[in-house]
Design a protein around this ligand. Structure first.
Ligand SMILES: Nc1ncnc2c1ncn2[C@@H]1O[C@H](COP(=O)(O)OP(=O)(O)OP(=O)(O)O)[C@@H](O)[C@H]1O
Ligand SMILES: [Mg+2]
Length: 428
């Protein structure tokens, strides 16, 4: 059996990156089927919503793959299919630089990794772009626009009467690209991290108008939200634009999480394995978040490889958890933890008690939580809960009604459950 390389070990789990390879994509059969049908449905856009770290971008990568004719994931999960789709696919992640719908459309049009390249390649599209917006066209084609207020060259002296509004430019340009017949099924534009757009006003009405003017363009929007209304932050007829094509990602079940570990082991030819206790612990802590499985799995595997041990046990996982916290491997989650706990052992106890008392509906009944806190030596838990809901301590917990609270971020909740304590109970 060949020994895996250090790089194989390091990449058996990938907490920092979505899954693109269909062979490593675990579970999610019904979501794959849903997105496949949504891709086939004429005039329907797609939305993928769910919690942080639940697997939205990974599913989105499969949407891109299926849309561009790669059916390997359909074969893997056994979804019947009878064609290879042929969309021109564009993937764009918003990050926090996109502030508005207009800015989003402008970026999609002008950046080379999005439509820019096609506008450059397709003469008709370049022409439309130049005539509708010398300003944008200069960004892509380098001609046709004002440079510092001075006409760049002869071409630009033709009266560039107006710079049309970006939505008009967008629909005309995509219309020209579709007309050029570069892809049989049209254009599929995937917008990830849509929730990061500061003000997405007008996006819903824009895609509604586009559906009429240019029906061969399909959007797939992806983001942290519980439903499409909260993702779009708009109520007006969003339902119909996404009719039947909203995929809400639930926490992964135990079988799916086991598959992530199986895939990782297989990728290193089972050179190192997780024993029953280790798997049970990881899956228990992950609470349906594939991210947590990758995070814990990766560091457990690394430690085991360095120590030349071939079977990872429950104790190894516990040691790994301490290391993850200490080294601030996930600075965001660790930062939230430290902010909530601050310098108070009692507040840490109450945070842990609240996390432990969460029920399946993600609700915390204070009677149960306060009793757990008391068992750990804190008798004034309500006072600390009063602090945990404030911004000073990160406001990770919120009150939902009298005597019931919830964690806003389920990924952070699972981190609290997994992370060893900072202070010993009873420390001042
Ligand atoms: N189906 C899957 N099989 C195996 N691993 C997965 C799967 N889906 C997600 N993961 C893993 O879980 C982690 C989070 O996945 P991903 O980035 O797709 O989630 P996300 O919902 O887009 O997260 P965020 O909210 O941070 O954008 C990554 O490590 C990814 O590799
Ligand atoms: Mg993502």
């Amino acid at each position: 059996m060949p020994t895996p390389s250090i790089s194989d070990i390091e990449n058996a789990f990938i907490p920092a990156k979505e899954i693109s390879d269909s062979a490593k994509f675990a579970g999610r059969e019904s979501a794959i089927e849903d997105v496949f049908y949504a891709l086939l449905a004429e005039g329907s856009n797609i939305a993928i919503v769910g919690n942080r770290g639940i697997g939205k971008t990974s599913l989105a990568r499969q949407v891109v793959a299926i849309g561009s004719g790669d059916n390997s994931i359909l074969e893997k999960v056994g979804v019947k299919h009878d064609q290879k789709l042929d969309f021109l696919t564009i993937y764009f992640a918003c990050g926090n630089s996109i502030k508005s719908t207009d800015q989003l459309l402008e970026t999609l049009l002008t950046s080379a990794s999005c439509l820019g390249r096609w506008i450059y390649d397709i003469p008709q599209a370049s022409k439309v772009m130049e005539s509708y917006s010398p300003k944008f066209s200069a960004k892509i084609l380098g001609v046709g626009g004002e440079l510092g207020g001075v006409k760049a060259n002869e071409n630009t002296s033709s009266p560039a009467l107006t710079n049309h509004s970006v939505d008009v430019v967008f629909s005309n340009v995509v219309g020209a690209i579709v007309e050029a017949g570069v892809a049989k099924n049209g254009i599929l534009i995937l917008i990830d991290e849509f929730d990061q757009i500061a003000n997405p006003d007008g996006f819903a009405s824009f895609i509604k108008a586009l559906a009429t003017n240019c029906p061969q363009v399909k959007f797939c929007i992806v983001g942290v939200a519980k439903d499409i209304q909260s993702l779009m932050r708009e109520h007006e007829s969003t339902d119909r634009l996404f009719a039947g094509s909203i995929v809400s990602l639930d926490p992964m079940n135990e079988k799916e999480l086991q598959e992530i570990i199986d895939n990782a082991e297989a990728s290193i030819q089972n050179h190192i394995a997780f024993d029953f206790g280790a798997r049970k612990r990881i899956i228990g802590l992950a609470q349906g978040h594939p991210y947590m499985v990758h995070l814990i799995g990766k560091f457990a595997l690394r430690e085991s490889y360095k120590a030349q041990r071939y079977l990872i046990s429950l104790e190894d996982i516990n040691a790994t958890l301490a290391g993850i916290a200490e080294k601030k491997v996930d600075p965001v989650l660790e930062g939230k933890y430290r902010r909530a706990v601050g310098s108070s052992s009692q507040r840490e106890t109450v945070l842990k008690a609240m996390a432990g008392a969460r029920d399946e509906a993600n609700e915390i009944f204070t009677t149960n939580a306060y009793k757990a806190a008391l068992d750990m030596g804190v008798d004034n838990a309500s006072q600390y809960v009063g602090q945990l809901v404030t911004d000073e301590y990160g406001a990770e917990i919120e009150k939902i009604r009298e005597r019931f609270y919830r964690f806003k971020d389920s990924l952070f909740h699972s981190y609290i459950m997994a992370r060893p304590r900072m202070y010993r109970p009873g420390d001042a």
